[in-house]
Design a protein around this ligand. Sequence first.
Ligand SMILES: Cc1ncc(COP(=O)(O)O)c(C=O)c1O
Length: 441
Amino acid sequence: MQTSYPVIHPFTWMPPSGSLTPEAWYGQYTCLERGEGSWVYDTHGNAYLYTTTAVPAVGLGHWQVIRAMKEQMEKLSFASTCAQTHNLVQALAEKLISLCSRRYSKVFFANDGSGAVETAMRMVRQHFITRGESRREMFISLDGSYHGTTYGSGSVTHLGIREMFGKGLEGCLCAPTPNLYRPPAGTDSPESAAAFCLKELERIITEAGPENIAAVLVEPIQAVNGIVLMPESFFKQLRALTRQYGILVIADEVTTGLGRAGYWSLSEHYGLEPDVLAVSKGLTGGYFPMGAALISDALDSSLFGEGGILLHGSTQCGHPVGCAAALAVLDIIEQERLPDNALLRGKDLINGFRESLDDHPCVGDIRGQGLMLALEFVKDKQTKEPVDYEWGKKLTKLLHGEGILGNYFNGILLMYPPLNVSEEECDFLIHGVSRALRRMR
Ligand SMILES: Cc1ncc(COP(=O)(O)O)c(C=O)c1O
């Protein structure tokens, strides 16, 4: 009989091993037992509206997805896609291209979002080596960005994580972000913030030498960093700047993509025209771990135009059960027009939060796009000094009491309701969050 708790949880504080019994663990963290639609239930039978992560695109326990996976499981529960294939992987690649953009012509399947970004980085490097520009090894990404946990994707993440492990991949540079709530010093409008950041980006490119830079990675909305919104014009201008220096663009839409931000691809909507598009969370909606990297026609020609091999991949990528799950999830998102629902419900949520919380002394910002929403808390609305750690712990507890599982990080409450969330569930979220916050005054 195990007396100490044996699991290491990701990005989670682990109490000292000596005192860590299973009872101590379960006393501190919620243990979920079942889920249905937008709701999850813990082992005590308490119900929570599940807004913790962008993964459950179509809610939990959806019969259509379960049926598709079960049928696939019974027919072919595994197939390698290394020098073999099965009949769902092509259908899924075609579906993704048709939904995201016909600018893409090939898709690589990874096992998660980090894997999709890692793949994108490798493809870009291989592209430049093939073209005889092997010096182009460096990557630039934005301050506060989160791109994943693998060696490469972790090295282009600028959220204070990489430092824990030493240097990381060499040549990963950080450029400023035109954060609309916390703009760079000296800027006073979205336009001037965008202009400042583009100027800085150009300075970084020219100082490092454009001939050394492979790609700029960008999330159209920074997710983990707190649903950080940037001026829309920034993205087209970023593309123009990178083109000028022959640098590629990787759009990391692991969170924003496939309907979450209201569009199949937000970067497409913004006119970013990336060379690689990375997606994951909503792809299978949490029914199976999977990610994908879609490459532009031009990159396809460079890598495979004369035939070629990508020396990269995993034994389980393109898994047939994952493909069945993804095809079912994407069908639901498409048939039920869930990107439109995300825009509509997202606007209602923002308006509802503004109506009830605008005058709250600690609510510094209420923001979002589609069903990616954030409330940023401050001690003082003028100075924007963040609230302290204990404040967040108390709020999380109060939200629990209201039947809401959100995601509190660094003074910001992130909320990602499923894309098929109902109007009544949105009202529940607005009222529950507002009630909890009124007790925090
Ligand atoms: C924008 C972005 N990129 C990459 C990742 C990494 O995805 P995963 O956790 O599936 O590896 C995340 C995860 O939150 C993300 O938000």
